[in-house]
Structures are given as structure tokens and as C-alpha cells.
Design a binder for this molecule. Structure first.
Ligand SMILES: [Zn+2]
Length: 86
């Protein structure tokens, strides 16, 4: 019973995550820029937290650059530290 429920959960998540390839390695024209909140927002949750690598598939190198960019963006108020709604 318990195992069955877990398997269903995994299947649901897989549809959401899709293929795990680092976006930035795949498309070299894509620049990690703290002045681009539209891009950075794809890598934070709706609560404003940075998504873990296992969810986005971003490689270690780009994840680090991304994390720094998000931190800068937060400081200059392009992205929220947390979302107040909810
Ligand atoms: Zn990469």
C-alpha cells in the first residue's frame, strides 16, 4: 500500500521536472545575469527559495553562478527573500 502511493508520487513529479539537463550547458547563449529576474525566477520556488540542483538539473558550476546571481538580485530587490503571501 505505502509503496504504491510513493510510486504514484514519483510519477507525478517526473512529469513536472521533465528532462534533467543543465539549461545553461545546453544553451550557451543563455547568460546567468542578476539583472534578469525573469530567468532567475525559474530557479526559485514561489516562496522565494532557491531550487535545489536535483530539481532543476543545473550542473554544479552553473548552480553556483546562479546562486550568486540570485543573492545579488535579492540585495538590489529584484527578487524577494521570501514571499509574504500565504
Ligand atoms: Zn551547466
Amino acid at each position: 500500500m505505502v509503496n504504491k502511493v510513493k510510486a504514484q508520487d514519483l510519477q507525478k513529479k517526473r512529469v513536472y521536472v521533465r528532462k534533467k539537463v543543465c539549461k545553461f550547458c545546453e544553451d550557451p547563449s543563455l547568460q546567468i545575469d542578476y539583472k534578469d529576474p525573469k530567468l532567475l525566477k525559474q530557479f526559485i520556488t514561489e516562496r522565494g527559495k532557491i531550487m535545489p540542483r536535483r530539481m532543476t538539473g543545473t550542473c554544479a558550476f552553473h548552480q553556483r553562478k546562479l546562486r550568486n546571481a540570485i543573492k545579488v538580485a535579492r540585495i538590489i530587490a529584484l527578487l524577494p527573500f521570501t514571499t509574504l503571501s500565504r
